[in-house]
Design a protein around this ligand. Sequence first.
Ligand code: FAD
Ligand code: NAD
Length: 462
Amino acid sequence: MSEYDLVVIGAGPGGYVSAIRAGQLGMKVACIDKRETLGGTCLNVGCIPSKALLQSSHKFYDSQNHFAEHGIIAENVKADIGKMQERKNKVIGDLCKGIDFLFKKNKVEKITGTAKLLGDGKISTGEKEITAKNILIASGSVPSSLPDIEIDEKNIISSTGALELDKVPENLVVIGGGVIGLELGSVWARLGSKVTVIEYADDIIPMMDSDIVKNFSRTMKKQGMELKTKTKVVGVKATKKGATIELNGRDDDKSEKIECDKVLIAVGRKPFTDELGLENVGITTNKHGFIEVDKNFKTSVDNVYAIGDVIGGAMLAHKAEEEGVACVEQLSGLRAHVNYNAIPSVVYTHPEVASVGKTEQEIKEQKIEYNVGKFSFIANSRGRAVGETDGLVKVITEKETDKILGVHIMGDQAGTIIHEAVIVMEYTGTSEDLFRCCHAHPTLNEAVKEACLDVHKRAIHS
Ligand code: FAD
Ligand code: NAD
């Protein structure tokens, strides 16, 4: 029986990055996943397939709605869904194989099988038993559903089913106006589906800054999505043609029934620990099903650690990666930590929504005195030149110190632009630090500089 320094359970972005880092640090490491293809949720059924389809559908939508204003006449443009899916599958396949290559390069042993903890550092992989000095659980998450609603991946689908549709549904109802609902709702709306989003909260993407949400909500409606907010789903029934959804007003009990071809349940994700045999080692989960860890990612059991979606917090690939690297580096005796205040979050719609740090709502709740600077993409010359004027940057700083507390952007490439704010925040910088950095002209990033200047009431172009 071979003994490993580290066995990682789960080859999602949390698990596979941890395994590679462990290999770099000279550990004898294996990574077990029940999927043959590496990359976890992110590569197989999450980040990457959704971004591939978002890109294809965006190009189609542009050809129908924006080419003409550039003087390009595109007649008889058709969307070939089969081809789009083929491209998406190739992107996934190539990236998954890329991780196999990285495992070999960093001497990470890949084991395909379902891992079960047996106690005393022993793990069953289904076929064999292995032992490890340390075990890192990165078993991730799976889609949640609603009580009495069974996801059949035919007409009542999760994100996984919504990434696999072979034709455009005439009517798609999305339950949950969060990240998945809006990204995958956008894909099918752009390709011609009539999309209705049902959201229980006051507005869609309720976790984002309310100024951004107001603008974003208007934009999504302009793109043809119907948004039913403050609405509860009472029931979903599969029918021969699709599904019937029964709704009630959240505040007024007004009821309604909607018929559709497909209904996407996108009400969040839950930690996945079902097959780990946690009971064999005495690890319990909290009331939401997450594994609890200390600041070094150690579970209640010595030598067993956990990171990523399965421990809660932001369910994001890059958050899982940061935690994995920090955990493995600490195991090697290095100093490492994760700065949870500087983890960006992006919604890859068009325009994108990106955010880092606190929202204005949170700052008010915490009774922090603050300043705000804003700048609209309409006054940004690059935005005008490329036809991307629908956008806004909002910067919030601590009143006394000017330290940046939060940056919120809606606009073309917001997910890329946000990183200058991430870097400044990582170094506890101020809005003045940011605006004193020279920004190339003409770029969309100049809108961030102007928003920082606006904090000091000295924006140039507004
Ligand atoms: P996962 O990626 O869930 O990986 C866990 C792995 O563990 C799985 O492969 C599973 O098979 C394996 N596993 C579980 N139990 C066992 C066991 N007992 N034995 C063996 N293997 C096991 N995040 C972003 O940051 N950006 C995005 O754009 C983004 N888009 C998304 C789009 C969609 C549609 C979805 C669903 C998610 C998206 N996410 C995105 C979220 C992101 O995918 C997750 O936050 C991320 O994958 C979590 O990584 P993880 O390593 O913790 O777990
Ligand atoms: P989410 O938490 O982003 O959104 C779920 C939404 O459903 C919320 O707005 C919530 O108010 C609403 N909701 C919950 N119950 C409801 C009900 N009964 N009726 C109507 N609305 C209801 O979850 P998600 O969109 O399913 O995404 C899951 C996770 O995956 C997220 O945590 C997200 O971080 C991650 N993800 C990230 C990205 C990205 O980074 N671009 C993309 C997709 C998914």
